[in-house]
Design a protein around this ligand. Structure first.
Ligand code: PGA
Length: 255
């Protein structure tokens, strides 16, 4: 079955009010006539209000980079699903390797975030992927399976209906060292197969993005691969022309 590609920008800890407005104006101009690809951006939550206003009337969808498992109460510094919904955010990144590393987020905790998002009717963008050492030790599939199984064990495979997985090898994030299309495709096929072992129907519809140094020069080739359904883009999402090239490449390759 045909899956509609999703290209999402992860701005990480970058931007300002002015930058948010300017980048979104640039994206709106560049992408006005592009169809056949869903597009989302995840600015820092500080700028969701500016982003929501700037995105009015555009098909670009708002997202966020993280969420807490609690909906309200004494949880200093956290942001809830309801708050994100209040700004119209839909695609919410969880389990990014930077959060797994710097904030010690476990597979089980990330599965709870996945549950909170499903409960709220939001779309989890679950980041998974192996470190360089794990890759060299031949543990890529084992790590990806473990990170996916944490969600399946807690919520069942059906939780991946309408959800997004971003395969992001940690050695490729922010390094300029993207996985090759063939390397990425092999892991994407493994991930889809792992889910298909529980439910072919769920596996056929789940969006599996590739992330890790996707840019305007390498995107088109990555999107030729059958199990690469779009991209989660960090650095190259901070420049409207580069991000637009990636979106257009996905729209062209998948339609
Ligand atoms: P990158 O980041 O495109 O800068 O490698 C991707 C990500 O971390 O989502």
């Amino acid at each position: 079955m045909a899956r509609r590609p999703l290209v999402m920008g992860n701005w990480k800890l970058n931007g300002s009010k002015a930058f948010t407005k300017e980048l979104i104006e640039g994206l709106k101009a560049e992408l006005a006539n592009v169809n056949g690809c869903d597009v989302a951006i995840a600015p820092p939550v500080m700028y969701l209000a500016e982003a929501e206003t700037a995105l009015a009337g555009s098909k670009i969808v708002l997202g966020a980079q993280n969420v807490d498992v609690n909906v309200k109460g004494a949880f200093t510094g956290d942001i809830s699903t309801e708050m994100l919904k209040d700004f119209g955010a839909k695609y919410i990144i969880i389990g990014h390797s930077e959060r797994r590393t710097y904030h010690k987020e476990s597979d089980e905790f990330i599965a709870k975030k996945f549950a909170a998002l499903k409960e709220a009717g939001l779309v989890p963008v679950l980041c998974i992927g192996e470190s360089e050492a794990e890759n060299e030790a031949g543990k890529t599939e084992e790590v990806c399976a473990r990170q996916i199984d944490a969600v399946i064990n807690a919520l069942g495979v059906e939780a991946f209906n309408g959800a997004v997985i971003a395969y992001e090898p940690i050695w490729a994030i922010g390094t300029g060292k993207s996985a090759t299309p063939a390397q990425a495709q092999a892991v994407h096929a493994f991930i889809r197969g792992h889910i298909a072992a529980k439910s072919q129907v769920v596996a056929d519809q789940v969006i599996i993005q590739y992330g890790g140094s996707v840019n305007d020069a390498n995107a088109a080739e990555l999107f030729t691969q059958p199990d690469i359904d779009g991209a989660l883009v960090g650095g190259a999402s901070l420049k409207a022309p580069a991000f637009a090239v990636i979106v257009k490449a996905a729209a062209a390759a998948k339609n």
